[in-house]
Design a protein around this ligand. Structure first.
Ligand code: PHB
Length: 447
């Protein structure tokens, strides 16, 4: 039996509204100190964004009802509810753990894109659902299935962590539900496991670092140590770095790693100090990035060995990292300081709505929303007209705060990458590291 208040009970259309939980450990690198402005303003976010939706708490409370609903779900193909009434959109994002802030920024950006266009999709109202994926790969399939099978979403928006994305990818391919990737860069999603219903609005893991190697060699750093979390995002970022750095004449003298989301960097920093490379390049993000930047400085390396990275290292964490982040050079498809009317307008509007500054994650969420709007408008909200919907999304040019971008054949953005340096709490653009960079899409066969 479906529980009272569930979408399947007595014609009730949605779960009763429950507030999103504040991510208590949003900056998992707790030793870094005080909560970030992003978490501090969370209560205001809840107030501004109060809408009907599922929450992780609710998912747990209702777990007893899951068996019944999923059994019923088997009888109704995903998308069966799609063309009547509201469009059902499900966020599968991290709302707890080291990537919690990233999930919030993505959701904010996505909602803002829709709100700016009148809050509807192709004329249809929207019903929102959400699941906290906890950046936990082992629960990826289960969590995506909750949105697709139980909540019958028409569109799945997720996620941040590449390992979790692989679970989403399986569910997306099996169900055919339109799936928008607002961050996770795992290569397979737009290479060997690409799918007509899966579109990425962010980047592949190797794209930012493909733009990094040359910039480092040009600055005279010919011997580098690489350090990152050991999972797809770090491993694939290394792949891009290896290619660009060695091609430019650099040598990676050591590859260091630790499991995600471990932040015990001390032993590895001691090793770096002993090696004395010309520079260090890395992949870290979110709360772990703050901890890494602070530990790097505390180990006495900041003024001795220049620190580089894919731009996630310095996204959304600059207030928390403070002056220790000054001087870090990164490559990314966005920068706070991009001096364009589009970016300025976006930043102003985002700050007004959410009382916090946007970052690359907010931009990616925003662009995922813009991409969906392009598709939905082309089919007047009838998301069942799949070939027209996909065609419109494939052909879209997204007028993004990051600059205009288009979709590759494998459904990954073709975009510019900027060279940035941290100065006084801002990622300042100092050049274009790669123009119109596309992922290879190797092994992708649509259809
Ligand atoms: C990923 O797991 O793909 C990932 C996570 C956080 C980032 C970038 C990539 O900032």
């Amino acid at each position: 039996m479906a529980e009272k208040g569930s979408p399947l009970a007595g014609g009730a259309k949605h779960y009763p509204h429950t507030r999103m939980q504040r991510p208590a450990n949003a900056l998992a690198g707790k030793p870094c100190g005080s909560p970030s402005p992003r978490t501090a303003t969370f209560a205001r976010f809840e107030f501004l964004e109060s809408m009907p939706m599922t929450s992780r708490r609710l998912v747990l409370q209702h777990s007893a009802a899951l068996l019944g609903t999923s059994a019923l779900g088997l009888m109704l193909p995903p998308g069966a509810l799609a063309q009547s009434g509201k469009v059902r959109i499900g966020f599968m994002l991290p709302y707890t753990g080291t990537y919690a802030q990233l999930g919030v920024a993505i959701e904010n950006g996505f909602r803002m894109a829709i709100a700016e266009q009148g809050g509807k999709l192709g004329g249809r109202e929207i019903e929102w659902f959400k699941v906290d994926d906890e950046s936990e790969p082992a629960k990826g399939v289960e969590n995506a299935s909750k949105l697709v099978q139980r909540d019958k979403v028409d569109v799945l928006v997720g996620t941040v962590h590449s390992g979790v994305q692989m679970g989403i990818q399986k569910v997306a391919r099996d169900s055919g539900v339109l799936t928008l990737l607002p961050n996770a860069g795992v290569l397979a999603a737009t290479r060997a496991l690409c799918a007509p219903n899966v579109f990425r609005a962010s980047y592949t893991n190797s794209q930012p670092t493909l733009a990094l190697g040359k910039a480092m060699v040009e600055r005279g750093h010919k011997k580098a140590v690489w350090i990152s979390w050991k999972y797809a995002a770090g491993d694939e970022a290394l792949e891009g770095f290896k290619e660009s750095y060695t091609k430019a004449g650099g040598t990676i003298v050591k590859e260091l790693g630790l499991p995600f989301p471990n932040v015990e960097f001390q032993a590895l920093l001691t090793e770096i100090a002993a090696i004395k490379p010309d520079a260090v390049a890395c992949f870290f993000a979110g709360g772990g990035a703050v901890k890494f930047i602070k530990d790097y400085a505390a180990a006495g390396l900041k003024d001795k060995i220049p620190l580089y990275g894919s731009g996630f290292l310095t996204e959304g964490i600059l207030e928390a990292a403070g002056p220790t982040a000054n001087g870090i050079i990164t490559t990314m498809h966005y920068a706070d300081s991009l001096d364009t009317p589009r970016n300025k307008q976006f930043r102003l509007e985002y700050a007004k709505r959410f009382r916090m500054q946007p970052d690359v994650y907010a931009v990616q969420g925003y662009d995922a929303g813009q991409l969906l709007l392009k598709g939905a408008n082309a089919v007047q909200g009838n998301l069942g007209r799949k070939s027209e919907l996909y065609k419109a999304m494939e052909g879209a040019t997204i007028d993004s705060p990051r600059g205009r971008w288009t979709m590759s054949r494998a459904h990954n953005p073709v975009q510019d990458f900027y060279l940035r340096v941290v100065e006084n709490g801002e990622n300042k653009v100092i050049g274009v590291a790669a123009k119109g960079l596309s992922d290879s899409g190797a092994g992708c066969r649509m259809g």
